[in-house]
Ligand binder design. Structure first.
Ligand SMILES: [Zn+2]
Length: 252
């Protein structure tokens, strides 16, 4: 290779590196790297924690859950105005911590809710129509608690309707509305749940998150499911190995 060709090759390599999705975390934060559900091998795309041993979602196999009387989830929910964003992966409603959940003596502020089609967690190998995640955070430690709902086709849900009707026209731009929603309206009478320690189900797949998946499904209509599916028809991460984790089921 002569000197001119050598420089051409170097320039070509540089052009490719600059043009492609960078994997250098010193330059680009993981959140800025593109990822999608078509290729969920995110651990090979710069998100090393996605290969961890305590990942979410999982298949909840009720024959092997540890049945116990688990601590109650203490919901302190009240109405708040919808602040909503289509972040390119899901539809998300944000909140500044006017709502909270008390669990195991700790208070977790409500941060955001979002949806998955179909459900991410499986119940005895079967997916539900959709899944709703209510994400809470302990301000003192940063620890996350996700309350999950299995959504199944049935009667229309007014809260879901309010959220769907404010779907922003532009992606990645949060809009504030004057419409309020109250999460107490979707709390089931039976608040028993499945729980285990897992991870964010999207990159960077941060581990150590407490999941409490309510056993009582929440009904939404077929039309509401279709409305969500028209925008996001596949935003569920495949189930991850349980490895040595225990899965608990609240039975009392
Ligand atoms: Zn989620």
């Amino acid at each position: 290779m002569n000197q001119l060709s050598f420089f051409k090759v170097i320039i070509l390599i540089l052009a490719i590196s600059i043009g492609s999705c960078s994997k250098n975390e010193d330059v680009v934060t993981p959140e800025e790297i593109h990822w999608n559900y078509e290729h969920p091998d995110w651990q090979t795309q710069g998100f090393s924690e996605c290969a961890g041993m305590i990942q979410s979602p999982v298949d909840i196999q009720t024959s092997t859950t540890i049945k116990a009387d688990l601590p109650d989830l203490g919901f302190n929910y009240s109405a708040f105005p919808i602040k909503i964003i289509d972040n390119g992966h899901t539809l998300q409603v944000n909140n500044n911590g006017t709502n909270s959940v008390v669990y195991n003596g700790k208070t977790y502020a409500f941060k955001q809710l979002h949806f998955h089609y179909h459900s991410e967690h499986l119940l005895d190998g079967a997916a539900s129509d959709m899944e709703l995640h209510l994400v809470h955070q302990d301000p003192a430690t940063g620890a996350l608690l996700v309350v999950g709902y299995f959504l199944k086709k049935g009667v229309a849900n007014p809260l879901f309707e309010s959220i769907l009707s404010h779907w922003p026209k532009q992606k990645e731009t949060e809009i504030t509305t004057t419409t309020s929603i109250d999460l107490t309206t979707i709390l089931p009478t039976d608040k028993r749940y499945y729980t285990y320690i897992g991870s964010l189900t999207t990159p960077p797949c941060t581990q150590g998150i407490t999941f409490c998946i309510l056993k009582a499904p929440l009904e939404v209509s077929g039309a509401q499911i279709d409305q969500f599916k028209a925008r996001y028809d596949h935003n569920a991460r495949p189930v991850q190995p349980l490895n040595s984790r225990l899965l608990y089921e609240d039975i009392l």
